[in-house]
Design a binder for this molecule. Sequence first.
Ligand code: CA
Length: 235
Amino acid sequence: MRPKILLLEDDSAIAGTVAFALEREGFAVVHALLLRDADRQARRERPAAAILDVGLPDGNGLDLCRCWRADPSFATLPTLMLTARGEEIDRVLGLEAGADDYLSKPFSPRELVARVRALLRRATMPKAAPATDGLLLDEAGHRVLFAGQALPLTRLEYRLLRDLLLARGRILSREALLQSAWGADSEAADRTVDTHIKTLRAKLRDAGPAADGIATHRGVGYAWAPVSPGPLPTD
Ligand code: CA
């Protein structure tokens, strides 16, 4: 059966191009023009992934994403946001709303299809434990263990690592990390996050070469990208 992709896009020219590209690559497309239709279709059709536009006649695609993340039956639905040209803020908000990826308009349909494939691939990877590569998150004890030993982390480093592990590969913006680790009214700057990530990574590498799974996404933020035990197949 062809994997179903829910496409929420009110611009019919963009929707047509995207649907054509996806269908040519073997996907079935469920198209919605409005937020409320998208939510209804998602519940009825149970898509494998969703592509959500941000600006819609009846609201904001980010709100739907946020809503799904709070709903256990949609919390893990792979979701890609389409943001308007040059709307940097949307990109950050998209990740904070729980989107798995974003693409700015104009985009190439091939790029979109590649991103959707990557989302589906990631979604089918086993998600047994939030920590991988020998790392174990002990939230009750406010510590992270590697090979059975607690890492010598400061309070801030622990919080940063906890957030990254719990996000399970989703990119967290510096703003999101600042808010969570330092608190909403902190005067710390984005650069402070970078500094602490740097010392955190050094400590992880000290613990073991495979322990550092932090990936830097330039201009966006950080994510936990577990080190693979072997070479990944390329496609
Ligand atoms: Ca739109």
